[in-house]
Design a protein around this ligand. Sequence first.
Ligand SMILES: Cc1cc2nc3c(=O)[nH]c(=O)nc-3n(C[C@H](O)[C@H](O)[C@H](O)COP(=O)(O)OP(=O)(O)OC[C@H]3O[C@@H](n4cnc5c(N)ncnc54)[C@H](O)[C@@H]3O)c2cc1C
Length: 493
Amino acid sequence: MKTKSVIVIGAGIGGITAATHLAKHGLRVTVIEKNSRPGGRCDRISRDGHHFDTGPTLLVMPLLYETEFAALGASICDVLDLKRVDPTYHLVFDDGSQLALTSDMKSLQEQLETFEHGSFQGLMRYMDEGYRHYHLGIEKLVRRDFRKASDFFTLDNLPLLYQVKPLVNHYRNMSAYFDDPRLKAAFTFQDVYMGLSPFEAPATFSMMPYTELAHGVWYPKGGMYSIVEALTKLACNAGVEFVFDTSVERIDVNGASARGVMVNGQLIEADAVLANADLPYVYQHLLPQDGQAQKLAHKRYSCSVISFFWGLDKTYEKLGPHTLFLASDYRENFDHIIRDLSLPANPSLYIHAPARLDSSMAPDEQDTIIAIVPVGHMSEDGGQDWNQLRDEARGHVFRRLSSLGINDLESHIKFEINFTPLSWRKRYNLMKGSTHGLCHNLMQLGYFRPDLQHPRYRNLYFTGASTRPGTGMPTAMVSGRLAAQRITSDLKM
Ligand SMILES: Cc1cc2nc3c(=O)[nH]c(=O)nc-3n(C[C@H](O)[C@H](O)[C@H](O)COP(=O)(O)OP(=O)(O)OC[C@H]3O[C@@H](n4cnc5c(N)ncnc54)[C@H](O)[C@@H]3O)c2cc1C
């Protein structure tokens, strides 16, 4: 009998994971990737001995990685050399106060009490809630496939309405635990990973600060790109074929099915097509227009970021691995980014110094620094001046660094590479340059996110950040596994 075939469009985390599961089920799998290497948003740039993870820098939700690697037949400890990062973040507030988020509870208690008397007890209660949200959320919402509405709207899921607080506003919910706005910010800023402001995010997302403190933030030796290398090795061992530097031009459809993909004007046929490229982009650029692309364009998208990658001729030991500057006008920051699609006047921002965790990320006595400034995604009218916004963002980074007594970093830059939303769109075909795809507000969560399967072309499937369950590296692995399960069950493998 002829072996059935699947073409995967894109070698992002979801695509590589799905391809591996499919190949292990005996399918002939070809991954076609427009760029010259796998990884998608989890990318790497190396120059003159400096190595930059250009997308993800935080390995969070280690338990989810563990189960997803196990589902691929691998142990995470065998394929990655992991180190726990503790303290996870150094938070720096506008008034000069600092907080090192650590799993050393004694140190955390001492620090928190200087911000607000009794706040450690508040944190313990918040962690209790985060524990519930994390475990119920992962089990009932993240790791499960919802093929039809009745899989989601079940009696069993009904208690989730009060158990994981999807209808409660995250920031408002913080008043039950802390009064000090700095502490409310310290345990809600993680919502930005979902492309959301805590002022609109559901309180369900307390699962993020919970897992960061309880399960840890980790770092794989060699950087986050080593996850891509590990996954690609598993895929190749399973027999997946990768074709790089090749863009899929369109998905060829016929009636109610996809026949294959067009590459360099040639049709490559397959029994199923799995699109890992950003879902709204696929509807807009790779499929016949039937009104769906416009509907998707009007959904809510996550923010974007302006990133700076600097090779420095000096080491800045003062900078811990993950430093976060949180602005006192916390709410206005999110309003500027999400509502006005712009750069705040005093943006919160993040600095990553990977050489603090792995000396091989920079040459001896030099440093590798990544600065990330959240910004609105590209607007419909194209009115944003990205060169100007990039230059403003760079100025904000230097200004923030000087508040830590680092005044000479600019003069020690050997080279700079930077990304704006235009770069994100061009490099990875991300709609609106939005770094996390469709955002995760209530109307775009769980079953309400676009399905893993096209409603009309039934042998066309999706995986990745803009489909289910949503953004993040381990979640993309879940998405890949769920999409592969659908394909193997539909092809009766
Ligand atoms: C700045 C930034 C920081 C982040 N930080 C974190 C973090 O710390 N921790 C975390 O867990 N997650 C983080 N994320 C999120 C995480 O990186 C993503 O959710 C995840 O990598 C998305 O994977 P994906 O499967 O959707 O594939 P994608 O990364 O979207 O890959 C899709 C692939 O499809 C390819 N493609 C597109 N169009 C075509 C075409 N026509 N033909 C062929 N190939 C095509 C693209 O080139 C790309 O390689 C971050 C993301 C960004 C951008």
